[in-house]
Design a protein around this ligand. Sequence first.
Ligand code: 6PG
Length: 235
Amino acid sequence: MEELSLEAARRFEELANLHVAREKPLSAALSGGSTPKRLYELLACPGRRIPWDRVELFQVDERCVPPDHPESNYKMIREALLDHVQIPVSNFHRMAAEKPDRDEAARKYAQEMAQVLKPSKDDWPHLDLVFLGMGPDGHTASLFPCSEALHEHVLWVRPNFSARMGNFRLTLTLPVLNAASEVIFLISGADKAETLRDVIEGPSRHSQLPAQGVQPVHGRLNWYLDQAAARLLVH
Ligand code: 6PG
């Protein structure tokens, strides 16, 4: 976990500094769950040279709970990263998934993305970098096997129900993930090895293995794995 987190933090720092010289700040979307927490802690280390005023951070997904709830992805990101770096408050775009009207919350988040990313008319928003995780069932973001949001081809953000967890989430949709310039999967642990082999080396089964649906149209797709997660990969 440490090595892949260090490599991911290095890549983030590299991209953030590349963007200092460019017109647009670095736009990055952060996943929740447990794997990326170490990455966020490393990004918060004082030794990092990250121009946080030139970074716009979004969430990949969020559980439909209050932002101070133990299950909240925002709470994890805030405690691991935001509380320790000088990022302008307006540069972190929180998914207000606790709102009773989830569809309205999703619409508002998409509007906020549009204001910052300024996509061309009728185009998808283009994030520079997306960090994703993968569950043992092959889900990524809050795109769960055989779930409705997997087939979304209009909305950028939408609610989705997690049958496994028995709760609703808000999630970026596959077209948004696939419009990114770079997608990095952070996957650790032996419990992911079989699914990872099926996702990377098995037949296409997007509905059952949502992580297979992440295929950036023009961007780069990179897998940051530890040995336990990668142990069944042949190639
Ligand atoms: C979430 C995440 C989710 C996560 C996977 C892997 O809201 O939980 O966005 O997609 O990336 O469930 O989680 P771990 O990193 O904890 O294995």
